[in-house]
Design a binder for this molecule. Structure first.
Ligand SMILES: Cc1cc2nc3c(=O)[nH]c(=O)nc-3n(C[C@H](O)[C@H](O)[C@H](O)COP(=O)(O)O)c2cc1C
Length: 185
């Protein structure tokens, strides 16, 4: 059997009860057996500062190594003030450096945005896509995943309550598996 593709999952919320983290777990549960999803934590990464590049902090190195080792990157993020959360932008910046050693380069990407608003984090989703252009992350275009009304989504065990939403999330992760296959040898 072919080896599973390793997918680094980046969650853009640091909140303990984060709906986006619950969605990341739901995606891992629904993923086909060709993918292995693992959350790579970003909350303890020191804020990017170019002065630190001469002596790269250990946590930055470890984070870059996790991204280097991944076959693909799946972002699951809330929207903050119509854009992506600072902690996620920080992670993007860190692994893009030093210049010429962009760890994101060429890794097939996917993005799910989860929000309490009916707009489903559209602004964050698309600002992230803008960064992905420069970072050279080939981002899956379809299906798009803007998931709203997050507070109604999960039961007390973190499972998706609504069958239609679960079917859509399954469709998304199956499509992403095909996207990863098409962009990796
Ligand atoms: C600083 C801040 C800004 C926010 N801005 C938006 C926003 O622009 N659009 C939106 O849909 N929700 C916004 N929200 C609400 C989030 O959708 C909500 O807090 C959500 O639960 C965050 O995701 P999480 O549960 O994964 O932490 C904002 C929340 C915070 C704390």
């Amino acid at each position: 059997m072919a080896l599973k593709k390793k997918i680094a999952v980046i969650v853009g919320s640091m909140r303990k009860e984060s709906f986006n983290r619950k969605m990341a777990h739901a995606l891992a549960k629904l993923a086909p057996e060709t993918l292995e999803l693992e959350i790579v934590e970003i909350k303890d990464l020191p804020m990017y500062n170019q002065d630190l590049e001469s002596d790269f902090p250990e946590s930055w190195k470890q984070f870059k190594e996790s991204i280097d080792a991944a076959d693909g990157i799946l972002f699951v993020t809330p929207e903050y003030n119509r854009s992506l959360p600072a902690v996620l932008k920080n992670a993007l910046d860190i692994a893009s450096r030093p210049y010429g050693k962009n760890s994101w380069n060429g890794k097939p990407g996917g993005v799910v945005s989860v929000s309490i608003s009916a707009l489903g984090g559209f602004g964050a989703n698309h600002h992230l896509r803008q960064c992905a252009v420069y970072l050279n992350i080939p981002m899956m275009q379809q299906p798009e995943a803007y998931i709203g009304k997050a507070e109604e989504l999960f039961d007390e065990n973190g499972a998706i309550k609504n069958e239609d939403t679960e079917n859509f999330v399954k469709h998304f992760i199956d499509s992403y598996a095909r996207w990863v296959k098409a962009h990796t040898s």
